[in-house]
Ligand binder design. Structure first.
Ligand code: CA
Length: 232
């Protein structure tokens, strides 16, 4: 089997020294670059399966790297962002990045995000419109939802929001992506809609809505749906 090739574009040497052995230890093939121009050149010559991209690079903005990479590749990009880069992170997600990791992050979180991002590039299992895990079961074809074995009735908007999260397959969805998908152009900027509807979904589909295991808030960014109960 060919192990996926991951390109790390990160100027902090200490972080590269953590990332490279952590990834090779999981049998990923790894290339690393410390500048935007080096990273883009490597991306072109090696066509990586996934890019870990730092937003704060010395020569060019990570956003510019994302845009250039996206002009020719649909492969997943996971952003590495510092805590004070909330706005850049959201902008990157809205412009085609697949997910993000906020520094500092641990090996477990890193590997989980990479697995989710790579899973998304595998051919979708269209034969099975049912997704389930952790007591939740969603049938996208029949539009049926159940929790702990009992059928749950959702309003049209609740269902639309749930479906938008399901289709992200564990990856984060930003506020503006969800608003656009569920409410259309009229939803722009109405982040409070999301808070209200997310509370409804949690009430109906979480064992303890105050401690959600499935509908996870990503502060200042958006939400993700975790079905296998790793959300704690
Ligand atoms: Ca940096």
């Amino acid at each position: 089997m060919n192990h996926p090739l991951i390109l790390v574009i990160e100027d902090e040497e200490s972080l590269r020294r953590f990332l490279v052995p952590t990834l090779t230890g999981q049998r990923y093939q790894v290339l690393s670059a410390s500048t935007a121009s080096e990273g883009l050149a490597m991306a072109r010559s090696h066509n990586p399966d996934l890019v870990l991209l730092d937003l704060g690079l010395p020569d060019r903005d990570g956003m510019a790297v994302l845009e250039e990479f996206r002009s020719w590749s649909r492969k997943p990009v996971v952003i590495l962002s510092a805590r004070n880069q909330e706005r850049d992170k959201v902008r990157a997600l809205d412009h085609g990045a697949d997910d993000y990791l906020a520094k500092p992050f641990g090996a477990f979180e890193l590997l989980a995000r990479i697995r989710v991002a790579l899973r998304h590039t595998l051919p979708a299992d269209l034969a099975d419109p049912v997704v389930q895990g952790g007591g939740l079961r969603i049938d996208l074809e029949r539009r049926e939802v159940s929790h702990e074995g009992r059928s749950v009735k959702l309003t049209a908007l609740e269902y639309k929001l749930l479906e938008a999260l399901v289709r992200r397959d564990g990856k984060v969805a930003t506020h503006s992506q969800l608003l656009a998908e569920v409410w259309g152009p009229g939803g722009e900027g109405h982040t409070h809609y999301l808070r209200i509807y997310m509370a409804m979904l949690r009430k109906k589909l979480e064992a303890d809505p105050t401690r959600p295991r499935h509908f996870i808030t990503e502060p200042n960014v958006g939400y993700r749906l975790i079905l296998d109960g790793r959300g704690d």
